[in-house]
Design a protein around this ligand. Structure first.
Ligand SMILES: Nc1nc2c(c(=O)[nH]1)N[C@H]1C(S)=C(S)[C@@H](COP(=O)(O)O)O[C@H]1N2
Ligand SMILES: [Mo]
Length: 372
């Protein structure tokens, strides 16, 4: 076991096990093998990839980032301009809002993500706040639109009338929060093309769709931006005075996942088996983690391997003395946060095909260990 309570920075490891799992070849949607126990930071080549359109090929030398809209002094930055500004580092877990979709019954449309559309990296860049301050954000700007260079026509209805870019809009308060970065490096090296080269946004605490890759435009707006991605796609049913209203997704919801064992793994009876996984939240801290080995009837405390770090996952483990009696058992994990929230038991239908943050069942077989 590596030193507990200390994050590991194994990003320099030359080799990594596993490789990615293809959910869609083009545009690229690849899932990470969910093995956080092997390193706190996901090795860059194992970080999940979620792209709506073909990966654009941006040239670092001619790259320009435009900052405009409801600002006093619109301007453009080259890649070198951005690199010469004071930089900061953030460790953040990104989770795709559709992660875990394969667990929904009945099956739904969309990429059939299992457990691995979630990964953690250390990002380097300039706080978005610094770029907006330099532009002189107008007092009545309510949102900041982040636009990428990738373009296409989405397949899902209702389809926009013409090809669109990938763009996401952040509420002003989140955009100027210190954690939000305009990043050019991931785990200490320049961004790989699939992860947004040369520049992307990193919005810690929000689902992955907010962390716009291949970022070329930052636009302050005076009216809420109701683009395709925030309305037709990544939206859910909220309630306002008892009436359903449609809103864009934002904050990641409290969640934990079991990485080990895998579904239908056979484990020897009457032995200690270490169950492990990771837990994360959006704008709160995960402070408790429990495991059930009987389908949720009883729960026992598991142990964290990493300290609390806002916006980053905490790995955990649980030493299970497997039953003497062979048979099928259902493992579940359940996280709690500092705000008194508990990871739910069921998927909330108001989120449709997104926010699959309930305890995901891992069924295993305990087998006679005689002779092993
Ligand atoms: N320009 C652009 N940015 C994007 C996307 C995209 O398709 N285009 N996908 C978003 C989604 S849905 C997720 S989950 C994250 C995934 O980031 P990654 O591919 O680096 O893991 O990128 C987000 N940023
Ligand atoms: Mo996503």
């Amino acid at each position: 076991m590596k030193t507990p309570n200390e994050p590991h920075f194994d990003n320099g490891a030359p080799f990594s096990s596993g490789g990615l799992i293809i959910r869609q070849q083009e545009p690229k949607n690849l899932e990470a093998p969910f093995v956080p126990i092997e390193s706190y930071l996901t090795p860059t080549e194992l970080f999940y990839i979620r792209s709506h359109f073909s990966t654009p090929d941006l040239d670092q030398a001619s790259y320009q980032l435009r900052i405009e809209g409801a600002v006093k002094h619109p301007y453009s930055l080259s890649y070198d301009d951005l690199r010469s500004m004071p930089s900061e580092k953030r460790i953040a877990t990104l989770e795709c809002a559709g992660n875990g979709r394969v667990f929904l019954v009945p099956q739904v449309q969309g990429a059939q993500w299992e457990l691995g559309a979630v990964s953690t990296a250390e990002w380097t860049g300039v706080p978005l706040r610094a770029l907006l301050e330099r532009a002189g954000l107008e007092g009545d700007a309510c949102e900041i639109v982040l636009e990428g260079a990738d373009r296409g026509t989405p397949k899902e209805e209702p389809r926009p009338p013409e090809p669109i870019s990938y763009a996401w809009s952040l509420p002003r308060a989140k955009a100027i929060a210190p954690e939000v970065l305009i990043a050019y490096a991931m785990n200490g090296r320049e961004l790989p093309r699939d992860h947004g080269f040369p520049v992307r946004a990193i919005v810690p605490g929000h689902y992955g769709m907010a962390s716009v890759k291949w970022l070329t435009r930052i636009m302050a707006v005076r009216q809420p931006f109701h683009g395709y991605w925030l309305t037709s796609d990544y939206a859910y049913w909220d309630s306002m005075d008892g009436r359903p209203v449609r809103r864009a997704l934002g904050e990641m919801q409290l969640k934990s996942e079991i990485a080990r064992p895998r579904v239908y793994q056979a484990l020897p009876a009457d032995r200690i088996y270490t169950v492990s996984g990771a837990a994360w939240a959006g704008e709160t801290d995960v402070i408790e983690i429990e495991v059930s080995t009987d389908g949720g009837q009883t729960w026992a405390d598991a142990e964290f391997l990493d300290p609390v770090r806002r916006h980053a996952w905490r790995r955990w483990k649980f030493d299970w003395l497997t039953p003497k009696k062979p048979g099928q058992y259902t493992l579940l994990s359940r996280a709690k946060d500092g705000g008194g929230r508990v990871q739910p038991r069921e998927h909330d239908q108001n989120y449709g095909v997104y926010v699959i943050n309930h305890s995901l069942p891992i069924e295993v077989f305990v087998v006679d260990s005689a002779g092993q």
